[in-house]
Write a protein that binds this ligand. Structure first.
Ligand SMILES: NC(=O)c1ccc[n+]([C@@H]2O[C@H](COP(=O)([O-])OP(=O)(O)OC[C@H]3O[C@@H](n4cnc5c(N)ncnc54)[C@H](O)[C@@H]3O)[C@@H](O)[C@H]2O)c1
Length: 664
């Protein structure tokens, strides 16, 4: 299916993004919608999105033009699917509507075409039953927005041909997504099934007046979540939450119908951002969340327990493997870690007790412990050791299991023109740093140290955030493992600081804890005005252990460093600039672009051997008595005197021209 034709049916929020994703990746795409105004809107959204990608340097102008010309728009199903190898249905989430569309597709699409559905919840077998080719019907569940969310759940119906699943997995990889295989067709598959229990919990909290949305969201943000659950629901649409609970109440258990507040709000047209009002007022384009104290009526453990419980049920039912559940939640919910990781650090008894408490408090059997947890076998379930009697056997051919993302995908090394390299930390949303990221950083730093062609290095995070710090899921296993992780982090920060090139960190979004230590290990820090940075460790019971407590006082003096570390107060880019933590402020434009431009200038204007020598002097010269420091400078001068670069530098200066340094 190298440059195969794809048809996407339904040009709404998901359909237009899915079509764009295929087009950007070299497929010929026809986007079809029954409503002309929906098609027009989609055309505008695709063009604007492609233009943004060009602006951010993600694609070239030529790729934009190719994607635009690969996209066709059609109001006619027959011509849209003619010659298509794969059809992705993305019409609204109604079983009747989707079945009608599948019936039509079956009649119109080529006999060998794959018919995929982007349904969020509906069983694939149900949709396949509307066709005469259930073997070629499959679930291909993208996440919103498809252009940036990496996860696609791939779901076979009961009769789906395994080769169709394999082909869809391959297509997902071709368009740069991470396919996670759902083994057994079940309502909500992995991520939405786990989400449904959370949604019910948050609905019941309001039904029972346990806490207000603002109190819960303030608590959730304090736990490091980028958005509280109610703000997120407002953002996605309260109708989506209400519809999902309604669907699950029919498909899985009537208990999902227990919640009242969400469906009442949905009926009243209070849908959140899209109607300007939900739990919060969105008239300014952002949620106006009233100031509130964080609630102490719930704890993060409630959510962990509910998610572990649903995960264990999925494993017991043979819907997915523990690894795929973990990967699905991490990528689909933008979490640094998923329920399986959390479960590994908790005892069966504490999860069971928490679930029993929630089930009795809310009178809801969905929250009651899954069978394996009741029987003390949580660990067997999450480590894939349930016996066949206990588990609907997960028959998953080895070759088709989607592989975990290795550190290779999580830190990218890009070689840019002009002697510049860029290191990009790329983990879902917050770019949290785990052991794999550290290992990969280490390997990259070693590679760059040996590469004479690279003279300046930009260190950044993928997307709007530099890095929100260390991945705490790594910390839980034992104090020895924690010590190793700390030691490894500190060692790698040091190697980066010793890299004999000018290093520039791009501070944007959040730069917290270990993320800030990574930035401190660079020579120059450029920052946006609104970046938020700080050492949050003490507020989590930790201390900066990746060289920050050593580096910060040397950079800022003991007073400022003590203040930042001991209070965990976060400061913005402007303040960081005033106290000397940041060297350049980027008030307008893209900070990454600025950093690359700046690095390119420095790569040609600063003599490479002199950079190496100056970095050594700066590092070592400050810790020795002055006489020794001065002697080190004299020795350095002698060394530099012998370089061609010094001659070139002086001759260029006298000749009023730009020097051309050779690094010799
Ligand atoms: N929005 C999300 O966050 C999200 C995430 C993952 C999956 N999904 C799923 O994707 C599907 C689409 O969701 P959405 O949010 O894009 O919905 P949407 O309402 O934004 O878009 C649906 C589009 O389908 C069109 N349509 C309706 N009937 C049609 C027909 N008979 N033939 C052709 N087009 C028709 C509509 O005009 C509309 O443009 C749903 O199944 C949803 O559950 C949504």
């Amino acid at each position: 299916m190298e440059s195969a034709r794809v048809a996407v049916i339904g040009a709404g929020d998901m359909g237009h993004g899915i079509a764009e994703l295929f087009a950007v990746n070299g497929f010929e795409v026809t986007l079809m919608d029954k409503f002309p105004q929906a098609l027009e809107k989609a055309r505008g959204r695709v063009s604007a999105s492609l233009a943004r990608l060009v602006e951010r340097g993600k694609i070239t102008k030529a790729q934009e033009a190719a994607a635009l010309s690969a996209m066709k728009y059609s109001g006619d199903m027959a011509s849209a699917v003619a010659g298509a190898a794969i059809v992705v249905e993305a019409v609204p989430e109604s079983q009747e509507l989707k079945k009608a569309v599948f019936k039509e597709l079956d009649a119109l699409a080529p006999r060998d075409a794959i018919l995929a559905s982007n349904t969020s919840n509906i069983k694939i077998s149900e949709l396949a039953s509307a066709t005469s080719r259930p073997g070629r019907v499959v679930g291909m569940h993208f996440f919103n927005p498809p252009m940036s969310m990496k996860l696609v759940e791939v779901i076979p119906g009961e009769k789906t041909d395994p080769s169709v699943v394999q082909e869809v997995v391959r297509v997902c990889e071709k368009i740069g997504r991470t396919p996670v295989r759902v083994v057994r067709d079940s309502p909500g598959f992995i991520v939405n099934r786990i989400n449904a229990a959370d949604t019910l919990f948050f609905c019941l909290l309001l039904d029972r007046g346990v806490a207000s949305p603002a109190e819960v969201d303030t608590y959730a943000r304090g736990q490091g979540l980028p958005m509280g659950p109610y703000e997120l629901l407002d953002f996605v649409g309260i109708d989506v939450g209400a519809d999902s609970l309604a669907y699950f109440s029919g498909a899985l258990s009537p208990e999902y119908g227990k919640g009242e507040t969400f469906s009442r709000m949905a009926k009243a047209g209070q849908l959140g951002k899209k109607t300007g009002r939900g739990f919060y007022d969105w008239s300014s384009g952002r949620a106006a969340i009233p100031k509130a104290e964080p609630t102490d009526k719930i704890s993060i453990m409630d959510i962990f327990a509910l998610e572990i419980n649903e995960s264990v049920k999925l494993i017991e039912e043979g819907v997915a493997s523990p690894e795929d559940i973990e990967r699905g939640v991490v990528l689909g919910m933008n979490r640094p870690f998923g329920p399986i990781t959390v479960a590994k650090d908790l005892s069966n008894a504490e999860v069971k007790a928490k679930l029993e408490e929630l089930a009795s408090k809310f009178g809801c059997s969905i929250f009651a412990p899954a069978r394996s947890i009741s029987e003390g076998k949580m660990r067997d379930a999450i480590e894939g050791r349930l016996s066949p009697r206990e588990e609907a056997k997960v028959a998953q051919p080895e070759a088709q299991v989607s592989k975990p993302q290795g550190g290779g995908d999580e830190v990218r090394l890009e070689r840019l023109p002009g002697g510049v390299a860029r290191i990009v930390v790329n983990r879902p949303r917050l770019n949290l740093i785990n052991g794999r990221v550290l290992d990969r950083l280490d390997a990259i730093v070693a590679e760059l140290a040996a590469d004479q062609a690279v003279r300046a290095v930009v260190v950044t995070g993928e997307g709007p955030v530099f890095s929100a710090g260390a991945d705490f899921s790594q910390f839980f296993s034992s104090s020895a493992a924690f010590m190793d992780f700390a030691r490894k982090g500190a060692r790698i920060m040091r190697r980066l600081s010793e890299l004999p090139k000018i290093t520039i960190a791009v501070l944007k979004g959040h730069v917290l804890g270990g993320g800030l230590e990574l930035a401190l290990s660079c020579d120059v820090r450029v920052a946006t005005e609104d970046v938020e940075m700080g050492f949050t460790e003490l507020s989590r019971g930790l201390a900066p252990v990746w060289s920050g407590s050593h580096t910060l006082p040397r950079l800022l003096g003991v007073s400022q460093a003590s203040f930042m570390i001991l209070t965990s107060e976060k400061i913005k880019g402007k303040r960081a600039y005033e106290i000397g933590l940041v060297n350049r402020l980027v008030s307008t434009g893209d900070p990454d672009e600025f950093a690359v431009k700046y690095a390119t200038e420095l790569a040609s204007s600063q003599a490479p051997v002199a950079v190496k020598v100056a970095k050594t002097l700066l590092r070592n010269g400050t810790d020795v008595p002055m006489d020794d420091g001065l002697e080190m400078e004299a020795l350095a001068a002698g060394l530099l005197f012998a370089t061609e670069d010094l001659k070139e530098g002086i001759s260029a200066f006298l000749g009023k021209r730009k020097p051309e340094f050779k690094g010799k």
